[in-house]
Design a protein around this ligand. Structure first.
Ligand SMILES: Nc1ncnc2c1ncn2[C@@H]1O[C@H](COP(=O)(O)OP(=O)(O)OP(=O)(O)O)[C@@H](O)[C@H]1O
Ligand SMILES: [Mg+2]
Length: 329
């Protein structure tokens, strides 16, 4: 279904890097020179094979990212925003999509599963006043109702993540049914919301797995920089495992492009991702925009900080697409 063309650039050898310039004394013991001589002894045919290999690699089967299923009637859709690559715009996406949907009248809950706890800052929640956090929610699901906090946006509640999540991975190793704790905790809350968005850390540990097990769908922000697709292969593997072992309904609700700038590299990576996931891509790409980076320092989302900025417009447009995709309108 998808037409993934992962770049083979990383696998290409630099033809000039053949060691010819190295002084004799350094050249002799290098194993790579032995391999190089072996290749040189071959006729031209294997060279052609090598070229074929690269083009075959470029056309290898697509990354298997299955689409999400519709939300069961009468309860919130749970969506995890995830990419194990750091700094790609996960938190910015959670904050601004959640806020935009709440401003449109939907009931939204944000669960911050990242120990950095940036969602609270960006949504104007004073962390020093918070009594129960995501860690409490996961360890004591019965605290769910009291773990929610009001934010700077009406109709948008959140469960705050903080440093206490750091030790949780270790603590949970000893627990039975550890992958299902967040699912259990969210269960009583789902009837009160239209959408639950979970922000995740830049890692694929047990807390992220809890988020995936609790979710109907996944939203993947991809920064349009080199290595974007390579990172997704690892995430696709995790999704496959979670689907196979823990949550067969888990699917991908969208792949979105973030921090997009009009450079040649950004454009090339964007077209690669668009080609790879034609059905899953959510347009438009979010432009790189300083107003998005500033907003958290004021404790408000972009739509309260500067709604007409490029970032404000892009997140509004994305929210419109997702609103339809999630059956909220
Ligand atoms: N479109 C954008 N334009 C400019 N700056 C952005 C944009 N999106 C995010 N940023 C900034 O880039 C930085 C990283 O973004 P963000 O925190 O959302 O990424 P993340 O994937 O959640 O990071 P982490 O993996 O550490 O949790 C932040 O300082 C954020 O304000
Ligand atoms: Mg983050």
């Amino acid at each position: 279904m998808f037409n993934n063309t992962p770049s083979a650039k990383g696998a290409r050898m630099n033809a000039e890097d053949d060691g010819d310039d190295l002084p004799e004394v350094q050249k002799a013991p290098l194993v790579i020179d032995v391999e190089f001589i072996e290749v040189e002894e071959e006729t031209t045919a294997p060279m052609l094979d090598a070229v074929d290999e690269i083009s075959t690699a470029r056309a290898r089967p697509p990354l298997d990212l299955p689409a999400g299923l519709p939300t069961p009637e009468g309860r919130a859709r749970v969506v995890t925003v995830i990419n194990q690559k750091g700094g790609v715009g996960k938190t910015t996406t959670v904050i601004n999509i959640a806020a935009q949907l709440a401003l449109r009248g939907h009931k939204v809950l944000v669960v911050d599963a990242d120990s950095q706890g940036n969602c609270a800052t960006g949504l104007g929640v004073d962390k020093s006043k918070v009594r129960a956090t995501t860690r409490d929610l996961i360890l004591n699901p019965e605290t769910a109702v009291n773990a929610r906090h009001a934010t700077a946006v009406d109709g948008l509640h959140m469960v705050v993540g903080d440093r206490s999540l750091i030790g949780l991975e270790q603590e949970m190793l000893r627990q039975l049914g550890r992958e299902h704790r967040l699912t259990e905790a969210l269960e009583p809350l789902l009837q009160h919301y239209d959408i639950v968005l979970i922000d995740t850390p830049p890692s694929l540990g047990i807390v992220s797995v809890n988020a995936l097990v609790a979710s109907d769908g996944i939203l993947i922000p991809v920064q349009t920089e080199y290595f974007a697709l390579e990172g997704l292969a690892m995430l696709a593997g995790t999704i496959r495992e979670v689907r196979g072992l823990l949550n067969p309904k888990l699917g991908v609700d969208g792949v979105m492009l973030t921090m997009h700038a009009p450079t040649l590299l950004n454009q090339q990576v964007a077209s690669e991702v668009r080609e790879a996931f034609p059905e899953l891509i959510v347009e438009p790409a979010i432009r790189r925009n300083i107003r998005l980076a500033e907003a958290p320092s004021h404790g408000i989302p972009i739509h309260l900080h500067d709604p007409t900025s490029a970032g404000g417009q892009d997140y509004q447009a994305i929210a419109t697409v997702l609103e339809r995709r999630w059956g909220l309108v």
